[in-house]
Design a binder for this molecule. Structure first.
Ligand code: SF4
Length: 455
C-alpha cells in the first residue's frame, strides 16, 4: 500500500478504462479551476485572507462551488462574500487593474484582522499582463503575503493547491538551519475539496501525538503564520495522496532538503493504520514500545467495536457489492477498508479527480493489491457527471459511496448512498472523518445511518 516518492507499481489492471483523455465539454466536474484550489488553500488557513485579483464572479462562484460544495461549509470571516476582490471589469481589461489591486491590498491589510494574505490572480490579469508580483512586492514588509498566479485556464483545483505551496516556498519560506527530528508536514489533503479535510488533519495530528510526533497540518490550525514558518524545519513531508501534494513535496525537497514519503490516502481502519504507523516508525524516532502499545490498543478496540455491527452487516447483505465515486485519496482508502476488513466486494470504482497519466497505474495497483481477497473492481477515470451516472447503471452494487450528485439517482440505481466525496451539498461535515483505527467504524456507521430498520 505504500508508494514511495514517484515509485510506480508494476501490474496494470485489466479492468482499467481511461475515459478522461478525450477533450470534450464536461458536465459538472468535481473540482473547480486553478484559482479555486488556491482560494481553498488560502481560506483553509485559519486567519488566512484571500485577495482575489479577478472578476467578481470568480469569488462568488467559490462560495457556491468550493465552500458549499465542500460539505456545506461557510468559508469563515475572510472568504465567500467577504473576500476582498479587485472585481475587474472591461475598463481594467483595457487600462490594466494594477492600481486597483494596489489600493485593495493596502486597504485589506489595514482593516483585516487576518494573519496571512494570499493574492490570487485569475484569468483576466493573466491575459492583460498585470505585473501582480511587482505590486505584491510593495507590501512584503507590511504583512505576510504571497502571490499565487492561478488563472483558471491553467488547470483545476489541485493545480491551484500545488501552486499555493510553490508560491509559499518561492516567496515566503526561509531555509532552516536545523531540522526538528520529530516534526513532519502533512500534504495532499486539499481544504474543502476533500470534504473531510478538517477532521482528517486533526485526526492524523492526534494519532501521531500519541507517538510524540508533531504533525504540522498547516490548514485549520491556529497560529497560522508560526505553523507556515515551521514547514522548512520538518524532518519529513508526509503526502497522504497518490498524486496530490507530490509536486509540493518535491519542491520542498529541492529547496529545503526535506525528504518525503507518500501514502495512497488517509489510513482508514486497523490494517491501513498499523501499516501507516509502522512505515513512519522506519523513518522517524518513534519509541518502539509506545508504537506497539498504540497498535495493540487501537486494533483491539476497533475489532471489538465492529463486532457490534456484526449482526447488521450479516442481516443486511453479507459480502455485498459496492461502488465508489470519489477522488483518488478517498476512493483508495474506502475501497481497501471495505474490501480488506469488512468483506464487501468492490464492483466499480470511478476516480473523479483526473489524476495525471503517470500516476494512474499506481492508483490502480493500490486499489487492487489487496492481500486479503482477490477481487478486482472495474476502475474508471471519469470526470463527467452525466457519464458517471450512465456508468453506474445496471451494476450489481447495493451500496454506493459517492458525492451528493449521485444521491439524487440512488432510487433509480436501487442503492444505498453515502456522501463521501466532493461535492457534498447534502451533508454538513465539521469534523467527521475516516482516519485511524476508528475511521472504518465511522464509515460503517454512516452506511447504516438510513439503512438500519425501521423496526
Ligand atoms: S476559470 Fe477564470 S474566470 Fe472562471 S472562476 Fe476561474 S479564474 Fe475566474
Amino acid at each position: 500500500m505504500f508508494i514511495k516518492g514517484d515509485e510506480k507499481l508494476s501490474e496494470k489492471s485489466e479492468n482499467y478504462i481511461d475515459e478522461s483523455s478525450s477533450p470534450r465539454i464536461v458536465e459538472a466536474p468535481r473540482y473547480g479551476c486553478t484559482l479555486s484550489g488556491a482560494y481553498e488553500a488560502a481560506v483553509g488557513l485559519n486567519e488566512g485572507v484571500p485577495i482575489l485579483h479577478s472578476g467578481s464572479g470568480c469569488g462568488m462562484s467559490q462560495l457556491f462551488g468550493a465552500n458549499y460544495g465542500g460539505a456545506q461549509n461557510a468559508p469563515g470571516d475572510y472568504g465567500g462574500s467577504s473576500t476582498p476582490c479587485s472585481c475587474l471589469v472591461e475598463e481594467h481589461v483595457i487600462f490594466g487593474g494594477e492600481d486597483k489591486l494596489r489600493k485593495l491590498i493596502d486597504s485589506t491589510i489595514k482593516i483585516s484582522t487576518g494573519e496571512f494574505f494570499t493574492v490570487i490572480s485569475g484569468c483576466v490579469p493573466s491575459l492583460i499582463g498585470d505585473d501582480v508580483d511587482a505590486i505584491v512586492n510593495e507590501f512584503r514588509d507590511k504583512a505576510p503575503i504571497i502571490h499565487v498566479n492561478a488563472p483558471g485556464f491553467k488547470g483545476n483545483s489541485f493545480e491551484g493547491y500545488e501552486l499555493f505551496f510553490e508560491a509559499l516556498v518561492d516567496q515566503y519560506l526561509k531555509s532552516s538551519n536545523k531540522k526538528e527530528k520529530k516534526l513532519i508536514n502533512i500534504l495532499g489533503i486539499v481544504p474543502f475539496q476533500h470534504i473531510f479535510w478538517k477532521g482528517e488533519l486533526r485526526a492524523i495530528k492526534e494519532l501521531l501525538e500519541k507517538l510524540d510526533i508533531e504533525a504540522n497540518v498547516i490548514f485549520g490550525e491556529f497560529d497560522t503564520v508560526e505553523k507556515i514558518q515551521k514547514i522548512p524545519s520538518a524532518a519529513y513531508n508526509i503526502v497522504l495522496s497518490p498524486w496530490i501534494g507530490h509536486r509540493a513535496a518535491r519542491k520542498l525537497e529541492k529547496e529545503f532538503d526535506t525528504p518525503y514519503i507518500s501514502f495512497p490516502g488517509i489510513p482508514t481502519g486497523p490494517i491501513q493504520t498499523t501499516k501507516f504507523l509502522r512505515k513512519l516508525a522506519e523513518i522517524l524516532p518513534i519509541n518502539k514500545k509506545k508504537l506497539e502499545d498504540l497498535i495493540k490498543e487501537g486494533e483491539r478496540r476497533a475489532y471489538r467495536t465492529i463486532e457490534y455491527a456484526g449482526d447488521i452487516l450479516q442481516f443486511d447483505v453479507p459480502n455485498v457489492y459496492f461502488g465508489v465515486v470519489a477522488d483518488s485519496n478517498t476512493a483508495l482508502s474506502i475501497t481497501r477498508y471495505l474490501t480488506d476488513e469488512v468483506g464487501q466486494l468492490p464492483d466499480i470504482v470511478i476516480i473523479t479527480d483526473n489524476p495525471p497519466e503517470e500516476y494512474r497505474e499506481g492508483i490502480i495497483n493500490a486499489i487492487t493489491s489487496s492481500e486479503e481477497i482477490q477481487f478486482t473492481p472495474d476502475i474508471i477515470f471519469e470526470i463527467d457527471s452525466f457519464k458517471i451516472s450512465q456508468l453506474l447503471k445496471d451494476r450489481p452494487f447495493l451500496n454506493l459511496y459517492a458525492s451528493s450528485l449521485e444521491s439524487v439517482i440512488k432510487g433509480e440505481l436501487e442503492t444505498t448512498h453515502v456522501t463521501v466525496s466532493f461535492p457534498s451539498y447534502n451533508r454538513l461535515v465539521l469534523g467527521d472523518n475516516y482516519v485511524g483505527y476508528d475511521g472504518g467504524l465511522n464509515l460503517i456507521q454512516d452506511l447504516f445511518y438510513d439503512k438500519a430498520g425501521p423496526l
